[in-house]
Structures are given as C-alpha cells and as structure tokens.
Design a protein around this ligand. Structure first.
Ligand code: C2E
Ligand code: CA
Ligand code: CA
Ligand code: CA
Length: 282
C-alpha cells in the first residue's frame, strides 16, 4: 500500500512538473506571439429573434503556434492576464476587429455590430477608453457599432473603479455587455448602477433549457429582469432549434451559437453575412 501511495505521489508530482513546464513553454511563446504574427480572429454571428437578421458578430481570438498547434483561448488568456501580455494582445484584438468591420462595412454591411471581449486588466489598468477612441477614429467605425464584453466577476468585484471607465466608453457610443451572465455573483443593485446595455446569458444555462424546468425558469427570470432594467438579452451557446424556439417564446432578443453558425474566419464570415442578407442561408 505504501509503495502504491509512493507511485501515485510520484505520478502526481510528474504530472505537476509536466504542467509547470508546459506553462513555462506557453508563457515563453506567448511573449513573442505578436511579433511573430501568430494571432488571428474568427467571428461568430449573432441572430435577432425578433427580425431574423444577423445583427453582429463576436470576435474570438485564435493562437496558431508553428509547432504547439492551435492553442485555445481558455489556455492562454489566463497566462496572458498573469503576465500583462493581455494588454498589448487586447489592443491588437481591438484594432484587428475594427479593421475587419471597416472592410465589411464597405460591402454594404453598414449596420453590423462588432463585439470584442475585454479582459479585467484592460478595464482596470489599461487606458481603454482612449485607445478605443483612437481605433474608432483610425478605422472610421462609429462607436455605436462596437460592443465590449466584460466578465461579470471583474465588473462586480471592482465596480467603483470599473464604473468610470465604463461611462467613458459609453460616452463614445460603445455598448457594454456583461459576458457569461449568471456564473458570477452579480448584484442587481450594481447592475442598475453600471452603464450596461446588454446581458449575455452563459451557455451553462442554455445547454439543458429544453429539458430542464429549473434552467428554463432561470432564463425566463433573467430575461424578465433584463427587460425591467432596460437591458438587451443575448443567449450564448445555442446548439439546437428547440433551444432557439424556447428562447423566442421567452422573448430573448438575440441568440448566438453553433445552431446559427460556428466562429468563422473573416473570409467565410463575410460570405455567410452576405448570403444571409440575400436570404440564401437558412
Ligand atoms: P466566451 O466569450 O463565452 O465565448 C464563447 C465561447 O463559446 C467561444 O469559445 C465559442 O467558440 C464557444 N461557442 C460558441 N457557440 C457555441 C456553441 O453553440 N457550443 C459550444 N460548445 N461552444 C460554443 P472560444 O472561442 O474557445 O473562447 C473561449 C473564451 O475565451 C471566450 O468565452 C472568452 O472568454 C475568451 N476570449 C476569446 N477571445 C478573446 C479575446 O479576444 N480577448 C479576451 N480577453 N478573451 C477572449
Ligand atoms: Ca464573449
Ligand atoms: Ca460568453
Ligand atoms: Ca461562456
């Protein structure tokens, strides 16, 4: 039993060492990610349940490393936040997303909105409103066409600090969404006080919405609450028609998820958007 315990322990420390080494490898590679041009954005469409139109897209980050392969954002964004690399990376994302939108706007997609994920550090330390204003001016994208997705936990934990930055962004016309809503510890009072325009209901609540009465009740009350507060509601991670139908019955404003479209590279996304407008898709 003792020997087995020792073996388990050894395996455990080996696993830990491997993970630490992998983290070190990733952190090292992450430092050069911008100069090596290894980042790209994919875009996931958002569908209005009221009009059936695609109203916008969310920009999602992809890191393609020459020999480590495609590294998912959930693996490297926490590392980028620890090292502060998320600041220059976040600026790259903002500029790239707005540059793409500028190009698409020239293809007749003038009312399309662009949503960009913004991390805690950017909101709290970065000179975010000034940078956003500069990117908007450089690309000619109106502030009203840009939405920033902020995670619930940050906004709530540092509400006072975040509120000023958020207001400065709103003054540019930029919309503000609370991302992954329902997973953190939002207080209604804060929600009311902060200049938020949109709630994105987390996928975790959407997954079983068609089978689970509790989840159905949760989305129903989130949507009702949002309505009371004058907020726009988006459901994320919609994979099936049954979920979409239910959310439509609950008067959810918009949905996003594989059922509408997967995240697409810019070329395929533009094709998707143009086909949708001409009524070819779905
Ligand atoms: P998120 O903001 O909640 O983004 C939604 C995630 O769910 C995306 O994963 C998307 O590909 C995935 N997804 C969308 N629809 C479906 C669906 O129907 N089914 C399933 N199973 N998944 C779906 P992704 O692209 O891996 O991004 C993961 C997270 O990484 C994002 O979660 C976001 O928090 C973060 N992230 C991505 N890009 C950026 C960025 O540019 N900046 C920052 N700070 N964070 C980012
Ligand atoms: Ca998001
Ligand atoms: Ca989300
Ligand atoms: Ca999520």
């Amino acid at each position: 039993a003792k020997a087995a315990g020792r073996r388990t322990y050894q395996r455990y420390t080996e696993q830990m060492e491997w993970e630490l080494r992998q983290r070190a490898t990733l952190s090292g590679a992450l430092r050069k990610v911008l100069e090596n041009g290894e980042l790209r954005l994919v875009y996931q469409p958002r569908l209005s349940l009221r009009t059936g139109a695609i109203t916008g897209v969310e920009a999602l980050l992809r890191w393609e490393h020459p020999y480590l392969g495609l590294i998912p954002p959930n693996h490297f964004i926490p590392l980028a936040e620890e090292s502060g690399m998320i600041l220059p990376i976040g600026e790259w994302v903002m500029r790239e997303a707005c540059t793409t939108l500028r190009r698409w706007r020239q293809h007749g997609l003038g009312t399309l909105n662009m949503s960009v994920n913004v991390s805690a550090l950017q909101l709290l330390r970065g000179d975010l409103p000034r940078y956003v204003a500069k990117v908007l001016a450089d690309t000619g994208v109106p502030g009203e066409r840009l939405e920033l997705e902020l995670t619930e936990s940050v906004v709530m934990a540092k509400a006072a600090q975040a509120a000023q930055t958020m207001q400065a962004l709103r003054d540019l016309g930029v919309r503000l969404a609370i991302d992954d809503f329902g997973t953190g510890y939002s207080s209604l009072a804060y929600l009311k006080r902060l200049p938020i325009t949109t709630l994105k209901i987390d996928k975790a609540f959407i997954d079983d919405i068609a089978q689970n009465r509790d989840d159905k009740a949760i989305t129903h009350s989130i949507i009702a609450m949002a309505r009371t507060l004058g907020l726009y509601v988006v459901a994320e991670g919609v994979e099936h028609q049954a979920q979409a139908r239910l959310l439509m019955e609950q008067h959810c404003d918009e949905i996003q998820g594989y059922w509408v479209a997967r995240p697409l590279d810019p070329y395929r996304c533009l094709a998707f958007l143009r086909n949708w407008r001409s009524g070819v898709a779905r």
